[in-house]
Design a protein. Structure first.
Length: 240
């Protein structure tokens, strides 16, 4: 059986989706062949944080200093200021339970330097990598990255440079992470969950278009609180 650490984010979303439908933890654990205690901890974590994705790793002193400096530089920003920002990120969704979500490893403050982008193919099973932007009162369409994998240079040339001003904050400071989490739960809660690559792409794009704009607006408006929380805690990742 899988442990909580090894369950992929998309699988976590499917589990949470089942419980939100009213299924018992025991039945969900049996359906996915996962220990009851693991499903129970996942559900407890979701109720506490509102997210079902794995938490980020420890933040070392150098990265913590860069995070704190970035937040102090933006401490006086208002919701109106953040409303002018376009937030962008990539995410991977998978039908398997043994894949790792992150394709691009990013260091705070040096996120998109070529030396910090690992060009690895870690996904032998069915998985889809997508990319999108969100902002107040709007979003881009969900872009499905073709050819299964994207090298570091392709990611820079085709996604980052043509479209966005690079966001130098850490992952948990980017509100689109919460949107990816919500998207995974919506796909998992469909009456007929995806079973192959084509149905996964269709489900992701359909559910992306149906996400309430108010959800996107709320997470963008949370930037004021995220920055303040980071400054107040003076420690690793913030509880968002």
């Amino acid at each position: 059986m899988s442990s909580l650490h090894h369950i992929a984010d998309f699988m976590r979303g499917r589990i949470i989706g089942r419980i939100e439908e009213g299924r018992k933890i025991t039945d969900v654990a049996r359906e996915f062949d996962i220990a009851h205690s693991v499903v129970s901890r996942l559900w407890k974590s979701f109720k506490t944080t509102g997210m079902c994705s794995r938490r980020h790793g420890e933040v070392v002193l150098e990265h913590r200093t860069a995070r704190l400096q970035w937040c102090r530089e933006h401490h006086n920003w208002t919701e109106q200021d953040w409303a002018c920002v376009l937030f962008s990120d990539e995410s991977r969704f998978s039908l398997s339970s043994d894949c790792r979500r992150q394709l691009i490893w990013r260091e705070s403050g040096t996120a998109y330097r070529p030396e910090n982008i690992q060009e690895k193919d870690r996904y032998p099973t069915c998985s889809i990598m997508v990319w999108a932007d969100i902002m107040i009162n709007g979003r881009t369409r969900l872009h499905v990255i073709a050819n299964e994998t994207m090298t570091g240079q392709r990611y820079i040339d085709e996604v980052l440079l043509p479209h966005v001003r690079l966001f130098r904050g850490a992952v948990d400071l980017n509100p689109i992470e919460n949107v990816w989490d919500a998207l995974g739960r919506q796909v998992a809660g469909r009456n007929y969950p995806p079973t192959n690559k084509n149905t996964l792409i269709r489900a992701l794009t359909e559910e992306w278009d149906k996400l309430p704009q108010q959800l996107l607006d709320n997470v963008v408006q949370s930037m004021v609180r995220r920055v303040e929380c980071c400054i107040t805690l003076h420690v690793g990742h913030i509880p968002y």
